[in-house]
Design a protein around this ligand. Structure first.
Ligand code: RB5
Length: 153
């Protein structure tokens, strides 16, 4: 999973807190630095707050990627995608995890803890982190997702 000193930011609501803990353990065991943006317990919280925190960590350059988890993955991915410059992809299988890196240069992965099992979630995470952006023909399209982002020459 290409360990690096620049952290992966992770965040979840209460529905995703157990999966987030597993993702954190797995990332750390693989040598990644992790910024855990919470939540840290089972008490009910609001998923937008954690999508916002992970988005900020990525946009401020503290994290190279973000991972967000809620029950479906939908609410927290919507929250993350409200931030200009965030390209958050909700995935439930590894082909989408690979293609969203190759084609969309996704910088945040969203997972639904109540939708997929832990092994699929881990496979999606590993695939997402291991896959580079292809650039090329995708660059113009990705630039249109963030109008301030200069297309590659
Ligand atoms: C929380 O009950 C649930 O609504 C949340 O985790 C998420 O699924 C929202 O999209």
């Amino acid at each position: 999973m290409n360990p690096s000193d620049t952290p992966i930011a992770i965040g979840s609501d209460h529905a995703g807190v157990e999966l987030k803990a597993l993702l954190r353990r797995t990332l750390e065991e693989a040598g990644h630095a992790v910024e855990d943006c919470g939540t840290h317990g089972p008490e009910s919280v609001d998923y937008p707050d954690y999508g916002d925190r992970v988005a900020a960590a990525v946009l401020e350059g503290r994290a190279r990627f973000g991972v967000v988890v809620c029950g479906t993955g939908i609410g927290i991915s919507i929250a993350a995608n409200r931030h200009k410059g965030i390209r958050c992809a909700l995935v439930s299988e590894t082909t989408s995890a690979r293609l969203t890196r190759q084609h969309n240069d996704a910088n945040v992965l969203a997972l639904g803890a109540r939708m997929i099992g832990p092994e699929i979630a881990l496979d999606c995470l590993r695939t997402f982190l291991a896959t580079p952006y292809e650039g090329g023909r995708h660059e113009r399209r990705v630039a249109k997702l963030s109008p301030d982002r200069a297309p590659a020459a």
